[in-house]
Design a protein around this ligand. Structure first.
Ligand code: ADP
Ligand code: MG
Length: 444
């Protein structure tokens, strides 16, 4: 018996008839309809010296695979449409640009991360370069016109729908300047459950805001120091940290470090010392408001931050209380899973208590659904339930479960720089845009 050679990858990635009519999206779909081994999806960056273990339980994300396969352009409008619509904002003719779908047609699959580590000369991927540069100067009307030109995919093709949504987000948001708030906004990112995406949300929203023209400070208030790690900030035991601020009264700006990968983003790191702070704080004067005093002093005497995001530990102890006294807004990430709402009532009760006794301005301003898996009914049900309970607070954008998001911290980066065109990064950019728009200073 002869083995069928069709068991391996088909050598010809021609789209099927039903995909062909979708044009550019169809080509991407054809590429992912091949069985993709997970090793093809999770690749270490070439610049990394150590191999990165695949995230436990990571499954190939079809949208990210499609995005990789579609790498010649990454999610962006079809060239003909882009050319037609984009001419007014000074685009070169697409006819002169490099082939946009080389990743599919030549079967050369290269990860976006690989492209990012080397400077890509203009001409190698002229459309992509042009798009990034021209989008930076584009006004909102240009962006809307470009985004409106993206073909809409039917509900029966969720993958195509998500690719189109990513392309739309990229056009609408990349390089856009978000509005500044009238006064610095201090948001406490809290949820006493662990592993719901507090740290991931803090660092990525902070990076997205900073990339969009705002001055941002992240305060790492979790003794594990995950936010400091994700931002590439040194936080070994001797580094001046938020512990010194809380316990010894060191000025906040003395411990702040700039993020090496994102301009205008700063971080007050957490070291392992912070693990003892919960107990040490108990005997100190005004133990609940020490962070608030430090932030107020920093705002009035030093750097003017537009946003301060505080990453809380997964508990409702004195560290979290300090964060809630220092902020006027609570930002709750909720993971789209079965136990999502369990424990939330306890959190809300604590917020009410702090509001009543210590900080009258405290309120839940923002809820973000994280790790949304469009392939499960459970995610959709949880999202629906949360939106029903908190119609005003929940952001329209939810963050998909994404391998790129979970890989980024091991490179000391946020996904916003690790893979800015991935669906996770674009979702965080969209969520940050919503937050900024909600808190914009009134015009005039
Ligand atoms: P918390 O700070 O609430 O404990 P984390 O932000 O550390 O939660 O997230 C817990 C785990 O989930 C981390 O390993 C993180 O990489 C992963 N994770 C968070 N958001 C996503 C996402 N959108 N897709 C995939 N993995 C995610
Ligand atoms: Mg955390």
């Amino acid at each position: 018996m002869t083995m069928s050679t069709n068991l391996g990858w088909p050598s010809d990635p021609e789209p099927a008839a039903e995909h062909r009519r979708l044009g550019w999206l169809g080509r991407a779909l054809a590429a992912v309809s091949r069985e993709t081994p997970s090793s093809e999806v999770v690749r270490p960056r070439p610049s990394a010296t150590t191999a990165v273990p695949e995230a436990p339980g990571a499954r190939p994300d079809p949208v990210e695979s499609a995005h990789d396969a579609f790498t010649g352009l990454t999610p962006s409008p079809p060239p003909t449409v882009a050319a037609a619509v984009a001419q007014p904002i000074g685009a070169p003719s697409v006819a002169t640009a490099a082939p946009v779908d080389k990743g599919v047609d030549n079967d050369v699959v290269e990860s976006p991360s690989e492209r990012e580590t080397e400077a890509v000369p203009l001409g190698d991927n002229a459309v992509d370069n042009w798009q990034h540069e021209s989008l930076a100067g584009a006004n909102d009307a240009d962006r809307e016109a470009l985004a409106a030109a993206i073909p809409t995919a039917g509900e029966d093709t969720p993958l195509a729908m998500e690719l189109a949504e990513n392309a739309r987000r990229r056009i609408q948001l990349t390089g856009r300047n978000f509005p500044k708030p009238a006064t610095p906004r201090v948001l406490t990112v809290a949820n006493q459950k662990g592993g719901v995406g507090k740290t991931t949300t803090t660092v990525n929203i902070a990076a997205a805001l900073a990339q969009s023209g705002l001055q941002v400070l992240v305060i790492d208030l979790d003794p594990q120091g995950n936010a400091s790690t994700a931002l590439g900030i040194d936080h070994h035991a001797e580094v001046p940290s938020i512990y010194d601020v809380l316990v010894d009264g060191t000025p906040l700006l003395d411990v702040v470090q700039p993020c090496p990968t994102v301009a205008d983003l700063h971080c007050a790191p957490a070291t392992i010392d912070l693990a003892g702070a919960e107990i040490e704080l108990v005997s100190l004067v005004a133990r609940e408001s020490r962070l608030q005093k430090a932030i107020t002093a920093a705002i009035t005497t030093g750097h003017s931050f537009d946003y301060i995001l505080i990453d809380c530990p997964p508990s409702l102890g004195l560290l979290t209380v300090n964060a809630m006294v220092a902020a006027s807004e609570v930002f709750i990430p909720i993971q789209c899973e079965y136990y999502a709402l369990e424990g939330l009532s306890q959190l809300l009760k604590n917020i009410e208590l702090i509001k009543h006794h210590l900080n009258p301005s405290l309120h839940v301003s923002t809820i973000l659904l994280t790790m949304y898996d469009g392939r499960t009914r459970l995610s959709a049900q949880v999202a629906e339930e949360v939106r029903e309970h908190f119609p005003q607070e929940v952001l329209r954008t939810s963050v998909p479960r994404s391998v790129r998001v979970s890989e980024a911290p091991s490179f000391g980066e946020t996904v916003m720089t690790y893979d800015p065109a991935s669906s996770g990064a674009l979702a965080y950019l969209a969520a940050a845009g919503e937050i900024a728009d909600r808190g914009a200073a009134p015009v005039g």
